[in-house]
Design a protein around this ligand. Sequence first.
Ligand code: PEP
Ligand code: MG
Length: 326
Amino acid sequence: REAAAWEARFEPAQTRDGHRVEVAANLGNTAHAGDAVERGAEGVGLLRTEFLFMAHAQEPDLDTQIAEYREALDALDGRPLVARTLDVGGDKPLPYWPVPKEDNPFLGLRGIRLALTRPEVLETQLRAMLMAAAPAAKSEGQGRPLRIMLPMVKDIAEFRAAKRIFDHLLETTPEAERTTDVQLGVMIEVPSCALLAPTLAAEVDFFSVGTNDLTQYTLAIDRGHPELSAQADGLHPAVLKLIEMTVVAAHAHGKWVGVCGELASDAVAVPVLVGLGVDELSVSARQVPLVKARLREFDLAEARAQAQLALTQATSEAVRDALEVR
Ligand code: PEP
Ligand code: MG
């Protein structure tokens, strides 16, 4: 089965009846973008840029960041790059950005909250991304497809604060002005954002659901807890309802929705997510051929039926029992 999946890795990602779902790769290192393409990835759906920051003893400067993002865009050769702005704090400390000790780091200064306390760092990162994607000259067209996403957003105020910085950059950076194939979206990782997706969907360009954190915050289970983390299952109907609300709101505004948490590579979850209307699945590069192969095993009507069945269950165990891959 694995050999067949590998053989077919460059086939477009679609269900048996031809419903297209983009399958992209999650990356922590821009040097691995070429490998992801070799494994059949149709883009990068999550570049965790915090690893770039963690690899340096101090904040990487503008040129260092441009070179890194350009490396990924070059390897992707026209395929989209979804790059997440710095997601540190809490459980992912940066040695050169000391955060006061917190009793509950997962509920503390992290993600976009932390970034907005250092707007100059966020600004440099956004500038580097825009410049890396820009065409070298005006005659070269619109530049490479760049989707920038903001982590741990809790409501539209945080999105607007980041977008103000972004819009100002577009106006003041001549190279950035030429990067016209760029979108700004938010991760859906905090339940408040899924509940308020209709207000966000009007203003963002896209959503990407981070099911690892969304599950943690919905079920109140630490995703890394030695005893409890097995219960932090993204197939919980409460999590699925939040994903459904997100997709309905996004599609009503013509926006797309990806899933970049671990749920996206779960064989039982793939048809459920497709049935809920998710447009893109971003998984570890290693899983790309397998997720593409999984998509070819069902058609859209079956996926929709599975999603509806899952939504009516009471627990994640019940969802898994009902949908067991046969
Ligand atoms: C997530 O939370 O699902 C996610 C993709 O982000 P990370 O795992 O990096 O927190
Ligand atoms: Mg997360």
